[in-house]
Write a protein that binds this ligand. Structure first.
Ligand SMILES: *[C@@H]1O[C@H](CO)[C@@H](O)[C@H](O)[C@H]1NC(C)=O
Ligand SMILES: *[C@@H]1O[C@H](CO)[C@@H](O)[C@H](O)[C@H]1NC(C)=O
Ligand SMILES: *[C@@H]1O[C@H](CO)[C@@H](O)[C@H](O)[C@H]1NC(C)=O
Ligand SMILES: *[C@@H]1O[C@H](CO)[C@@H](O)[C@H](O)[C@H]1NC(C)=O
Length: 525
């Protein structure tokens, strides 16, 4: 090709919805929170139908955040279902999304038999609970397993938890209904209990190694969610279990929102070994109530194998009654407590409030980070924060305006967030679109693409390298092709950091935008 042939890279960070990976900051704070970009601000792409959140970045101290290449979460975006999403921790651009996995809560990366799997819950969402299974995808995004309860529980795995154990098993939560006599709590004798249960499931065989039901070990009057017959949900959701973790010695740490307590459950007989918080709290509080007086909490985790410290998200309110931001009363926090089993004391180690002070009446999660900090998902408050070990907020994002979510169920809320090291090679190729002579390329799920190399020609059969390589710019890279090239057809190759080809797009007709070859896509299931 002659020297007059040239291609230049055109990058712009203009309007939302036009180019990938737009983020807003301080100057857009008021407009964003006034709803100018919608209730669920989102960005769209040319090369895929996927939508991703249009984040408002309120704080981001890039040098102070913990290591970890990617951020996993499962928000609902625009009109798109809640589904697993992975973002680059470096520039907060989208890396992977698949909205066809309806539900998608608890997106995480977990290990099974020495291999990493993307894990998340998928199924039918009801108000406050779900019915489905825990999905495992392998490192090539291929379906590996759908782990659910045994037939004893017709409603299958609930949306709150899907935790793999080092023993090749998975913990699944369940909500089931049972006819129940409520006279002990001044209810009718012929009511329905919406009880919580969990099972430890052998992933290979699907068999339950352990089954536990809350009603067999706790009493109705311990609930702090007064007797309500919820016709919609079906029965009294008295316990509302929302997290389970297996300990190395074979017991289970659970969190029950409606008892406002965490308990260690004996892995042999299911009895309560101890409980922190709630009506039957076993620990003396060395921190004036800050270690044991919490409410409607989520996501309890022992921080390490010594089982001395626990992190959890303290919603601190059953329903919304204080403003967000500028919460005045019963504000939510992430908590780290230290337990002493000899003295039976509990002591606050750290508590992290949202820098803008918020009240999240439901959902939420906290991931303890190896550096002593934490990633915090603020549940019904549409925000993610990262704190360092000193308690300083080093990152604060919004996924939607404040006002929307504080009202309840119509805003973006999201359940948990994880920062992790991640690498993946999808079995499908990159996608291409051509609009008005500009090429748009993306590769859903690929983590190793560093740049894109343009090929083109007059015939779809003969495409030559145009000797023009452009750096990858976020999820979708826009490549403006000089019209004087008069390229009729184009194809773009993805290169890794060493310039090795990883894959190539279909061929696109530059005039019509028609994509010529249909790539074989591997089925998920
Ligand atoms: C998605 O984004 C568009 C463009 O900013 C906006 O007009 C729309 O309202 C958003 N959708 C929702 C559900 O907020
Ligand atoms: C997983 O299994 C559950 C329970 O049988 C079912 O409801 C759900 O549809 C399954 N999910 C997928 C993706 O097959
Ligand atoms: C768990 O239950 C078993 C069987 O009842 C009992 O032998 C064991 O001591 C209990 N463990 C704890 C830590 O309480
Ligand atoms: C393509 O050009 C048309 C006509 O000028 C314009 O309306 C449209 O917004 C352009 N599309 C893009 C994606 O730039």
């Amino acid at each position: 090709m002659s020297a007059s042939v040239w291609i230049f890279l055109f990058l712009t960070f203009g309007l939302a919805g036009v180019f990938a990976d737009v983020h807003f900051g301080a100057t857009e704070y008021d407009d964003y929170n006034a709803g100018l970009y919608g209730d669920r601000p989102n960005q769209t792409y040319h090369s895929t139908d996927i939508k991703s959140p249009l984040f408002l970045i309120n704080t981001w101290k890039k040098d102070a955040v913990a290591p970890g290449s990617h951020i996993f979460m499962s928000p609902s975006v625009g009109g798109q279902h809640r589904s697993p999403m992975i973002f680059s921790a470096k520039d907060l651009s989208l890396v992977y999304a698949d909205p066809s996995w309806d539900g998608g809560a608890t997106a995480n990366l977990q290990e099974y038999k020495g291999k990493k799997y993307i894990t998340f819950w998928s199924g039918k969402d009801y108000i406050g609970w779900g019915s489905g299974g825990g999905i495992m995808l392998d490192e090539n995004y291929r379906f590996f397993a759908n782990v659910t309860t045994t037939d004893e529980f017709k409603t299958g795995a609930d949306s709150h938890e899907f935790q793999l154990t080092p023993d090749g098993t998975a913990l699944v939560n369940n909500y089931y209904k049972i006819p129940y006599n409520m006279t002990p709590v001044n209810g009718p004798a012929d009511s329905v209990l919406h009880d919580s249960a969990f099972q430890e499931i052998d992933i290979e065989t699907g068999e339950a190694l352990f089954t536990w039901k809350a009603k067999d070990h706790f009493e109705l009057h311990e609930s702090l969610n007064g007797y309500i017959f919820d016709a919609d949900g079906g029965g009294w959701d008295w316990f509302h279990q929302n997290s389970i973790q297996k300990t190395p010695d074979g017991n289970y740490l659970i969190s029950a929102r409606h008892l406002c307590m965490l308990a260690l459950i004996n892995g042999t007989d299911g009895s309560r070994i101890w409980q922190l918080g709630g009506k039957k709290n076993d620990f003396k509080d060395l921190s004036n109530g800050r270690a044991t007086k919490f409410g409607f909490q989520h996501n309890a985790r022992f921080v390490d194998d010594t089982l001395r410290e626990i992190t959890f998200f303290d919603n601190n309110a059953e329903f919304s009654h204080s403003p967000t931001p500028k919460c005045e009363d019963a504000c939510s926090r992430a908590v780290r407590v230290r337990l002493d089993y000899d003295a039976m004391t509990a002591e606050l180690v750290q508590e992290f409030y949202h820098p803008k002070s918020v009240q999240a009446w439901a959902q939420g999660g906290v991931q303890p980070l190896p550096n002593g900090g934490a990633m915090i998902a603020w549940g019904t408050v549409p925000s993610v924060t990262e704190v360092n070990a000193e308690g300083e907020t080093v990152m604060e994002l919004q996924l939607s305006p404040w006002g929307v979510a504080s009202g309840g169920r119509n805003g973006v809320s999201f359940y948990r967030v994880y920062k992790l090291d991640y690498a993946a090679y999808p079995p499908w190729g990159p996608s291409i679109a051509c609009v008005n002579g500009t090429l748009y390329v993306s590769w859903n799920g690929a983590t190793e693409v560093a740049s894109w190399s343009v090929f083109g020609g007059q015939s779809s059969a003969i495409l030559e390298a145009k000797d023009h390589v452009v750096p990858k710019a976020g999820f979708e890279t826009a490549i403006e092709v000089d019209p004087s090239l008069e390229l009729a057809f184009a194809q773009v190759h993805a290169l890794d950091a060493n310039g090795n080809a990883l894959g190539s797009t279909d061929v696109v007709n530059m005039q019509t935008g028609e994509v010529l070859t249909v790539k074989v896509q591997l089925d998920k299931v």
